[in-house]
Design a protein around this ligand. Structure first.
Ligand code: PMP
Length: 787
């Protein structure tokens, strides 16, 4: 039977030599003499030797079935740790007088056993420490296991792949031994665990980080300081050493501390948090720990039962299998989702996004989040869609909702280079791990960033101020304009949006017709589709420009004068109108004649959004001040004001402006990484191609859906205007609002814009591929048909 399973050491048969027999070998090989005491062991025979000087050693007589290669592997690991991590408390291997570290000796029964000598580590076994089991200690244990694994990282030995009964990755073959579990319910429970391991878990394990691991950090192998029970003084017993996953190391340690505890999750969280603080775990590793802890218990139950059945004459090594079956039950009643959620929270991993749809559970979670949000963030907090969406993960153009579905993001222009772009994420995290400080100190990344950014602009735009948001950038720009011109009035679009600070809120009336303060004048949106002067009006441009002249004159009359024209080059809040050629230049001319500056708000239109680096260049205007936000850090907060050397120096001299977080080292790392990606992935060119393709496809749909009145945009920003009557161009406000909800059901996210909220606003990331455009078009087609 034992042979049939192919599992070694089920028949433990530990050596049973007398002290008198062993004593001469210790003396002859190592010159060690003293008092001998036999210690318990699962497979070997261990003796504690204390000599007259008080030095203590462990003399090990290996199991008869143990191969020289396996002992060489274990001894080699201990010697490797001694070299790579001297402070890691594991036994040292003593060199014999023969010059080796382990060798065979022949005992009186004519049997050859490998013997070796280890130094003794002080401390009490954790299993004997009883009450001293505490959370600080469990954290230390996690840390120690991580230190051991770091120390073993470069170690390999041919015997690392030995066959081993405790190998979690081979646990499925233990199913053959489940017949020794008498209770049928128990047996089925164990078989289910082994089956899940074989079918689901092991295939996943195979791509996780593997190395030589200790894999046996239970409380009989961990030593603690009896006088200070938060200190782990040693890790012993390298008999289960093998090539496995780091997740298995963690799982075994979690299992070791969870037994006997009413709350089995908290001790595991402490061990995992300790491990992760030294050796960062990967998401797939932390999420697999639960299954491995279950498997470990199933293995222990099965091996224990099989051993008692197959070798009834040998003393039981562990207590009854029942204990492990009960532990398995307790784990299963917590459940993998909750267990992983707790482990993740302990290590500050983001919340888990389920891989498979469970809409009912997702709804329940959404409801409790909404309730909490109302009480913590105010009842009037805004959210998209009638039923808000809950996301915990994103990648490239996709957002993954907790209902298990992925949604195509055609709306959010912040992740310009795609959600969670790995290059940007790594740059942020590497910089955060090295230094995060402010621009009152010198550091190279701010300079590198400022110089790369200004190189992308016209030569006169050569000086930067770093802030944290688009609003702040516009606020600073406005302060600059007032200071430089000595004037106090500004012109804006009548439905502009520029941000949230006290003054910039006033630059953001949102809707035409809102009464503006006397220092602001709103311009009629130059919209040739539904504006007052349409594409068929030969004098349309002049009429729109005349409105700017009116505004400038009004500012003159009110005594403010024109300090600036603040303009979003994409005119996003106006629904991305097809601005007639010559309009911007015409307004600029008037502004300059009045002594004002051009503040080009590139928060929406910058960084390649409009098919070239900057939107204002598309309109062929000269910017005095450029403001940036949103995509600058691909989601990491960073706002920038770029202007001339002269304006900046004048401004800094007068204001001594300093923003604590603006342009900090991490923000600059994000900014630099975004530029890297845009350049390396040729995203501006790509976005232009994709945007053109998208508009072409939408225009094609206009052939079958009358609701589509106008399609316009540049690069990756588009406006699609919906009308109920193409001739009269009546706004399809209700239909647009319904369409957004239907598109959501098609798992495509879009937004609406414009004074009548009848314009589809599309700003997908620049990494969109043709297949994503096709998916969007398909959803739009279906949604329009379903209206
Ligand atoms: N300017 C424009 C054109 C914007 O669209 C926005 C944000 N939507 C802002 C400024 C303000 O940026 P933030 O929200 O980062 O303050």
């Amino acid at each position: 039977m034992l042979e049939n399973t192919g599992i070694k050491f089920l028949d433990r048969n530990p050596p049973a030599h007398s002290v008198d027999e062993v004593r001469p070998f210790a003396k002859q090989l190592y010159g060690v003499e003293g008092r001998f005491r036999a210690l318990p062991s699962e497979r070997d025979q261990n003796f504690l030797i204390e000599n007259d000087d008080g030095d203590r050693f462990i003399f090990k007589v290996a199991n008869i079935s143990e191969s020289e290669a396996v002992i060489d592997f274990q001894v080699g690991a201990l010697r490797h740790i001694a070299t790579t991590a001297e402070s890691v408390p594991v036994p040292r291997v003593v060199q014999s007088k023969r010059g080796d570290y382990a060798g065979k000796v022949r005992f009186q029964d004519n049997q050859d056993h490998i013997v070796y000598l280890l130094t003794y580590l002080d401390g009490t076994l954790l299993s004997d420490a009883g009450a001293s089991h505490n959370s600080a200690l469990r954290r230390r244990l996690g840390e120690l296991m991580a230190r051991v694994d770091i120390a073993l990282r470069g170690y390999f030995h041919p015997a690392a792949a030995q066959e081993h009964p405790w190998n979690l990755e081979a646990c499925a073959r233990l199913a053959a031994l489940c017949e020794h579990i008498e209770n049928q319910d128990h047996r089925s429970a164990l078989l289910r665990v082994f089956e899940r391991m074989e079918m689901v878990v092991i295939p996943r394990l195979l791509s996780l980080r593997h190395q030589v691991i200790h894999q046996d950090a239970h409380d009989d192998n961990v030593l603690v300081d009896p006088t200070n029970p938060t200190v782990v003084t040693g890790l012993i017993d390298f008999g289960d050493l093998l090539y496995g996953t780091l997740a298995a190391e963690v799982a075994v340690a979690c299992d070791g501390v969870s037994h006997g505890s009413k709350d089995i999750v908290t001790p595991a969280c402490e061990v995992v948090a300790g491990f992760d603080s030294v050796l960062a775990l990967e998401t797939d590793e932390i999420d697999i720990v639960f299954d491995l802890v279950c498997a470990r218990n199933a293995m222990t139950a099965t091996i224990t039962a099989a051993r008692s059945a197959l070798t009834p004459d040998q003393p039981a090594h562990t207590r009854s299998p029942l204990r492990f079956i009960e532990q398995l039950r307790a784990l299963q009643s917590v459940g993998g989702t909750e267990f992983s959620r707790r482990l993740r929270a302990a290590c500050r991993f983001p919340a888990r996004c389920p891989a498979s749809p469970n809409e009912a559970l997702a709804r329940e979670e959404e409801n409790s989040l909404i309730d909490a949000r109302h009480s913590l963030m105010g009842r009037k907090t805004t959210h998209f869609y009638a039923r808000p969406m809950h996301f915990e993960r994103a990648s490239g153009p996709w957002l993954y909702a907790t209902d298990g579905h992925r949604y195509l993001d055609c709306y959010n222009n912040v992740p310009q280079v795609g959600h969670c772009h790995p290059h940007v994420v790594r740059a942020i995290s590497r910089q955060a791990a090295a230094l995060n400080t402010n621009t009152r100190y010198l550091y190279s990344s701010a300079i590198e960033y400022a110089s790369r950014l200004t190189e992308k602009l016209a030569p006169h735009l050569s000086a930067c101020v770093f802030v944290n948001s688009g609003s702040e950038a516009n606020d600073v720009a406005w302060q600059m304009a007032k200071l430089v011109t000595g004037r106090s009035g500004a012109i804006i679009m009548e439905d502009a949006y520029h941000g949230v600070t006290d003054v910039i809120r006033q630059f953001s009336p949102g809707r035409p017709g809102v009464t503006l303060p006397s220092f602001l004048q709103g311009l009629i949106v130059p919209d040739p589709y539904r504006g007052p002067y349409r594409e068929d009006d030969a004098d349309g441009v002049e009429k729109y420009v005349a409105d700017a002249h009116r505004a400038i004159a009004a500012l003159q009359d009110s005594g403010h004068g024109t300090a600036a024209f603040m303009i979003d080059s994409a005119m996003c809040s106006s629904g991305v109108p097809k601005v007639p050629g010559g309009y911007m230049k015409g307004v600029e001319k008037g502004v300059r004649a009045a002594g004002g500056l051009m503040i080009c708000d590139e928060v929406q239109s910058g960084f390649g959004r409009m098919g070239q680096w900057w939107g204002h260049e598309l309109h062929d205007v000269r910017a005095d001040i450029v403001t940036m936000g949103k995509p600058v850090g691909n989601g990491h907060p960073l706002g920038v004001v770029v202007t001339t050397d002269e304006i900046l120096n004048l401004f800094i001299d007068k204001t001594r402006l300093f923003s604590t977080f603006g342009g900090n080292t991490v923000a600059c790392a994000a900014g630099n990484a975004v530029l890297d990606v845009i350049e390396q992935e040729n995203l501006i060119e790509h976005g232009k191609t994709m945007g053109d393709y998208m508009r072409k496809e939408i225009s094609r749909l206009a052939g079958k859906h009358d609701l589509i009145g106008d399609v316009r945009g540049h690069g990756m920003v588009s406006g699609v205007e919906f009308v109920t009557d193409r001739r009269k161009r009546l706004a399809a406000t209700q239909e647009t609002s319904r369409l957004l909800e239907i598109m959501r059901r098609q798992r495509v996210l879009v937004g609406s814009e414009g004074r009548d909220a009848n314009i589809l606003k599309l700003r997908p990331s620049l990494v969109f591929q043709a297949e994503h455009v096709d998916r969007f078009i398909d959803a739009l087609d279906r949604s329009l048909a379903a209206l």
